[in-house]
Design a binder for this molecule. Sequence first.
Ligand SMILES: *Cc1c(COP(=O)(O)O)cnc(C)c1O
Length: 477
Amino acid sequence: MPDPLELQRETDAALTLIVDEAVRYLAALDESPARLPGAAAAAARFDGSLPDEGSGALEALRELIELGGQAAVRSSGPRMFHFVTGGVTPAALGADWLTSALDQNAFSWVGTPLGSRLEAVTVGWLKELFHLPAAWGGILTTGATMANFTALAAARHWYGERLGIDIEERGLTGVPPVSVFSGGYVHASVVKALAMLGIGRGSVRRLPVDGVGRLDLDALDASLRDLDGAPAIVLGTAGEVNTGDFDPIDAMADLAERYGVWLHVDGAFGLFARVSPRVERLAAGIERADSVIADGHKWLNVPYDSGFAFVRDPMLLPKAFTASAEYLPSPQDPQPNFGYLGPEMSRRARGLTAWASLRAYGRNGYRAMIERHLDLAQRLARRIDEEPALELLAEVPLIVVCFRFRPPRLDEAALDELNRRLGEAIVADGRVYAGATTYDGRVALRPAIVNWRTTERDVDALADVVIELGTEIARDL
Ligand SMILES: *Cc1c(COP(=O)(O)O)cnc(C)c1O
């Protein structure tokens, strides 16, 4: 087979093929099970060693469509309640395809005025959407994990400055261990980011909590007082993954100000509470933090990969992430060069998809979608309350519903076993997708509702499937 240049004529047919298939796939998405029965077997059929002779683009794409279509989880569909998984709006999908067609490198202005400008505009629009101060710095990342990394790199630079040490220059040798405080809600990705930054997973001191995981303010106050003025990082969670609950961010901001420590807020999906007056009080005070992050591929409903980091002091991003070489733009270039504000140099022009979706639906469109999700979560919670075999395990402040299947006369150990098997059975069944977790010492389900396509019939289907499968498992127990 010839090289790509000689097969260039396949371009139009390849794009047409993909458009036709994608249209077919998306038209069936609302009715499709979340996972087809043969998915694992289809995935396993991708095998064999690297071909010496290529098949050409059309043949390769047909194979991808045939097997890929069976193996793909319908994660952009309305019955995906596992993890916190957003869908893809039509505007975002179109812009994402365009991003690949244009293939801009959003490292630098000189590399792409389009990508650089749209990233700057999008960061500005997101600050407006979330009511964050316009003067804050911001950057688009691959997701919340890298957004946490980016924001905490800014915090690490600030920490070094407080001690008179340039950590990016000198490294961490000789730097005293960083004190990091959290409650029980801190997300695994924040801990991972601290590991990547050399601050260390073990640096996180989990303070006593109020209830199941919400950070206890008296405990934080006492710990910060003990620091005697030394710098530290406080981690807040806006939207915890099992229940959607929030740390008391506003009161944490009071303490952070009083003791001069850094407040970082992980708002991967919870930051979107600030879009709706119905729930914005949950996320009050985030505008007083030093850094906050969110995901685009969750509640913004743009495709992977998309996240955002915002930092109060915009100069900390270039201080943490600058780089220089003779052939690159100067770090003093007045134009935006996002490759100097985050961990990646060459990077996808993520601004296009987020910009297009915000342009298409605006503040009010997102607010309407978010409020529909709030209503759907309450509908599911009501259903659970009404069903004798279902038990709600936590309040539903946002869009995560934590509950379990609870037939009569089973002890706690048997209920845990039943619900663990139920989580596996839901995934194996595939009609809807949801997973098991452990919350407050009990095995539970924790569906999250953040897909723009999800409607009442989808959450009703989830409850029906849980009761059907739960009843079957209980019979065999
Ligand atoms: C999903 C999530 C993350 C991690 O996000 P990725 O996009 O998977 O990197 C971090 N924090 C919270 C609270 C989350 O829900």
